[in-house]
Design a protein around this ligand. Structure first.
Ligand SMILES: [Zn+2]
Ligand SMILES: [Zn+2]
Length: 390
């Protein structure tokens, strides 16, 4: 079995608010520098992009590839019946993606005129459609307080109904990690995946969260097996941001950025929607959302989970280091990539002694990351990203 780093949730240049460089050449170049072996195609239900993918990706057996990077046919959709929820769909083939497109258009669930389409259907119905074309679906950024499963529903069963027991994966999203999500016993049969949801090929976005799989080769079929943990295929590692960096870790005010403890904003059993300080919009953080959900259930999780390593993009670390010392961030970055081949090797796998030879201060910072001993200047809340202290 070989290890593959995968980032299977991206958005192409056809989605709203994305970089015009989200095309296959730029995405593939970025993946190589990051050390990502398998990318999601993004937005494959959108006609013009699907056409471009079909004419550009090479197929060998059940594996798709562009210039040495493997691709899984992928799209994110939003269901709008019963609340707005985002779902990640992984397809075995282009024909499967076409089948789903045809069904969606035929039934008028959507006109499919954007990269991430809104479908007039409930999650349970979506699950059945996706299963019928041989594809996989699970909640994306499941804990985000907008457009996510746990924003709209209190349980995976409420969301997917009778199909909940067949959901094989859940995307953690930038504001949650395995430690937080595994408090929910109802998720025991789902593999946790971490992907970037990148809107640009910048090394600070693409691959900022990845899932490492043990597979025979980089294909949908193998990933499907790994998500179910069969025949030695499995998820071996999640890598992602410290949830404190995410925009919605704590409960906080969008306007004045003040953080609140859960007990201070529950009045007469109701959670306040506006900031007691300034009247701005208050958003429940992921940490508190999970606490509220676990208060309802007394089941304990028994799932064995692979480790989740907190990491931030190397460029971000170098930029923070630059505040206290003169350096050419771009040059240092390029020299490090040249020496270690890719970014994930530097952040996760390289022996610290060899990083030390190249850059002693960076080795010190990475040591703190790998021990999970990073401090924060500002913990994310209310839509504001957290800021690490270097
Ligand atoms: Zn989304
Ligand atoms: Zn406020």
């Amino acid at each position: 079995m070989k290890h593959f780093n995968a980032d299977l949730h991206l958005h192409s240049r056809f989605s709203i608010g994305t970089s015009p460089q989200m095309d296959l050449p730029h995405m593939s170049d970025a993946a190589r520098i990051k050390g990502v072996d398998i990318l999601g195609t993004s937005d494959c239900l959108y006609g013009p992009w699907l056409e471009e993918l079909e004419s550009s990706l090479e197929k060998s057996g059940d594996r798709y590839e562009f210039e040495g990077i493997a691709y899984v046919i992928e799209a994110e959709v939003e269901t709008t019946v019963g609340g707005r929820v985002h779902h990640l769909i992984l397809f075995p083939s282009f024909s499967s993606a076409h089948e789903l497109r045809d069904i969606i258009l035929e039934h008028g669930y959507s006109q499919l005129t954007s990269g991430r389409p809104q479908l007039k259907i409930a999650p349970e119905g979506l699950f059945s459609l996706v299963r019928d074309v041989g594809a996989l679906v699970g909640p994306s950024h499941a804990f985000t307080p907008w457009t996510s499963m746990y924003a709209a529903y209190d349980s995976i069963h409420d969301c997917y109904g009778e199909n909940a027991k067949h959901v094989t994966f859940l995307e953690l999203g930038l504001s949650a990690d395995t430690q937080m999500a595994s408090k929910l016993a109802e998720l025991d049969s789902c593999a946790f995946v971490s992907f970037s949801d990148a809107h640009s090929p910048s090394p600070e976005k693409l691959g900022r969260e990845i899932t490492r799989f043990a597979l025979r080769r980089a294909s949908f079929r193998e990933i499907n097996r790994a998500l179910q943990g069969v025949n030695g295929r499995e998820v071996v590692l999640n890598v992602g941001l410290d949830p404190r960096e995410g925009k919605y870790h704590l409960t906080g005010c969008r306007r004045c950025k003040k953080a609140y403890k859960l007990e201070d904003i529950i009045i007469d059993g109701r959670v306040l929607k506006t900031c007691p300080g300034c009247g701005g919009p208050l958003k429940i953080g992921v940490k508190d959302r999970i606490r509220l959900l676990t208060l309802k259930s007394h089941e304990l999780s028994v799932a064995r989970r692979p480790p989740y390593v907190h990491a931030v993009p190397l460029m971000e670390i170098l930029k923070a280091m630059k505040q206290s010392q003169r350096m050419n961030v771009k040059k240092v970055y390029e020299a490090l990539i040249q020496r270690f081949d890719n970014e994930i090797a530097i952040l996760i796998d390289a022996p610290l002694t060899s990083v030390e030879q190249q850059h002693p201060q960076l080795a010190e910072i990475l040591a703190r990351f790998r021990r999970d001993a990073i401090d924060f200047e500002f913990v994310g809340r209310g839509g504001w990203y957290g800021k690490i202290k270097i």
